[in-house]
Design a protein around this ligand. Structure first.
Ligand code: SAM
Length: 416
């Protein structure tokens, strides 16, 4: 039997499929994001190994953002499949129409609760996306256990959970709205809530929180999801670490990696050195405390016993680097003009200076060439650089572009 809370969560997503999407827009753009970008799965789940014939489940797929992106990327590669699951029929219809608009033949659609996964008799998945769903369950722990019941031993998860500090002001506002409009039908509640937010004094923490202003000013589905949800909770990094640890999972990375590196926020050398010396979970938690801007936490996790999976680390000549959503030629051309890259990290614009020679290396990154092949091409083009020097040069590029989630490892070419 469905608990009351489950029924009202489902009613919300029948009335307001989230996020609001128009299938006609598929003709002009593919929405990409995290988690579940294929390059991220290869980097953070498969340790830089090729995804090949990946079997993916998108649990609580909503209107399809993650499922459509991954299915399109897999279809472009000519291998792999996506299973979409959501309890909301209205959301499923939108996702299905988007898949049809793209002529995606590699997604199967199922309506149901992820809590029933252990009973579904599906063969194990290599990868499971569960983005913005577990924090709406009565027991996120039970939801995670249900996901793990259909995850292969060497598979991994891409998750998103709300971040507590970035959602400052949301929960008092939710309570205020419930006090004044709790018993009203959804549409009236929405109207009253919009008026209440309008009436709040400027000093109110919700009004002061620029990190959630897009949802306040946006469409009904986003506003409802932020302030009228019947059930949600937010997490600190340390709480996520405890949740994963209790499920025998190991976090392989938060995204974008640079936002979770406290040293990106610290210029003071002593503070920086102390932060760098902390163990990973404490570094991530410190970054969250310093930033204050994290309204969601996107991360990947693998089983603790999976020693071959997780995040790609170190460099060797067989590794194949790939730029994520950034054409190499455009980036290289920009760097030819100026070595300075401006990018936003943790809500703050930062400038990064790439080393001399970076443009020539970046221009050769095509997601197919290994580091050995890139090095070989450089030498063939007249750049006199031995392997250790090339490794150093690549490393200093990686240390800037990877934190921005622009450079990942997509696979290996052993025979290159
Ligand atoms: C905030 S939306 C996120 C949608 C999508 N994952 C995304 O990130 O765009 C949450 C989705 O989870 C679904 N959901 C909530 N509880 C669920 C459950 N127990 N089983 C399956 N789907 C669920 C809702 O119907 C809704 O579509």
């Amino acid at each position: 039997m469905m608990a009351d809370g489950d029924a009202s969560v489902r009613e919300q997503y029948e009335a307001y499929p989230y996020p609001a999407r128009d299938p006609a827009d598929e003709a002009r753009r593919l929405i990409t994001g995290s988690p579940s970008h294929l390059l991220e799965i290869e980097h953070f789940v498969l340790a830089g190994g090729l995804a090949g014939n990946l079997r993916a489940l998108v649990a609580g797929g909503g209107t399809g953002d993650g499922a459509i992106m991954l299915a399109q990327q897999l279809q472009d590669r000519g291998a792999g499949s996506v299973t979409y699951l959501d309890m909301s029929a209205a959301s499923l219809q939108v996702a299905q129409a988007r898949a049809k608009a793209r002529a995606l033949g590699n997604i199967s659609f199922h309506q149901g609760s992820l809590l029933d996964l252990p009973k579904m008799d599906w063969p194990p998945f290599d990868y499971i996306d569960c983005c913005g769903v577990l924090h709406h369950l009565a027991s996120p722990e039970d939801g995670l256990a249900a996901l793990l019941s259909v995850l292969s031993e060497d598979g991994g998860l891409g998750l998103m959970l709300y971040g507590e500090l970035g959602r400052t002001g949301v929960y008092p506002a939710q309570r205020a709205i419930a006090r004044l409009a709790g018993g009203d039908p959804a549409e009236e509640r929405l109207d009253l809530a919009r008026r209440l937010v309008e009436a709040m004094p400027e000093g109110n923490w919700l009004k002061r929180n620029g990190h959630v202003s897009d949802h306040l000013a946006g469409d009904d589905a986003g506003f409802y999801d932020l302030l009228l949800h019947s059930r949600d909770r937010a997490y600190l990094v340390a709480e996520i670490a405890a949740l994963m640890d209790a499920a025998d999972l190991r976090i392989s990375g938060f995204l974008p990696p640079g936002e979770y590196d406290p040293c990106q926020y610290l210029d003071d050398p002593e503070l920086n050195a102390r932060a760098a010396a902390l163990p990973p979970t404490e570094r991530w938690a410190l970054a969250e405390e310093l930033s204050g801007a994290m309204k969601t936490h996107v991360f990947y996790a693998v089983r603790k016993g999976n020693i071959h999976g997780g995040a790609a680390s170190g460099f060797d000549p067989t590794m194949v680097p790939a730029l994520r959503e950034m054409p190499a030629a455009r980036l290289a051309a920009g760097l030819e003009k100026s070595p300075v890259l401006r990018a936003e990290l943790g809500g703050v614009e930062r400038r990064f200076e790439l080393p001399a020679g970076a443009a020539a290396i970046i221009a050769l990154i095509d997601g197919g060439r290994s580091l050995r092949q890139i090095h070989g091409r450089l030498r063939a083009g007249g750049v006199k650089m031995n392997w250790p020097d090339f490794e150093d040069a690549f490393s200093s590029i990686f240390d800037i572009l990877h934190p921005l989630n622009l450079l990942l490892f997509a696979g290996r070419k052993a025979d290159a």
